[in-house]
Design a protein around this ligand. Structure first.
Ligand code: 5GP
Length: 122
């Protein structure tokens, strides 16, 4: 499958410095920043700097260096925030069914309150 990346998405604009963000961590290939509408006391987004639409796109096409950097960036944010203490959740929405709002790969790191079940029961 070919992934079509829209470089006008809001996270591409953040990466180009066109709109501000509250940066938590910046590495060679990744950026972590506060979610503008936090859903938990800790709600941090981690994005790769490369133009990847979603996690599967990244996993299939990113370089080993990007993947290592991104994974380590998530780990470093978790360490900085001490989330292992009370537990935390990592979410990566992709595409329509998951209601991905911003078409640039991002994972949500959520912590600081009880997070409930993974999905509502149907
Ligand atoms: P998604 O639904 O795509 O998984 O999550 C997108 C996330 O991006 C949402 O949690 C939303 O609050 C966040 N968001 C949207 N626009 C901005 C923005 O301009 N700045 C920041 N920091 N977060 C944003």
């Amino acid at each position: 499958m070919a992934y079509a990346y829209d470089d006008q998405n809001i996270f591409a604009k953040i990466l180009r410095g066109e709109i501000p963000n509250k940066t938590v961590l910046e590495t060679e290939h990744s950026l972590a920043f506060l979610d503008i509408y936090p859903q938990a006391p800790i709600h941090i987004l981690v994005i790769p700097k490369g133009a990847y639409v979603c996690f599967d796109h990244f996993a299939q096409e990113a370089s080993d260096a990007e993947i290592i950097d991104y994974t380590r960036a998530v780990g470093e944010v978790c360490k900085m925030q001490g989330v292992e203490e009370g537990g935390w959740r990592l979410i990566a929405n992709a595409g329509e069914a998951a209601i991905q709002d911003v078409p640039h790969l991002h994972v949500h790191i959520l912590a600081g309150r009880p997070l409930g079940p993974m999905l509502p029961k149907v």
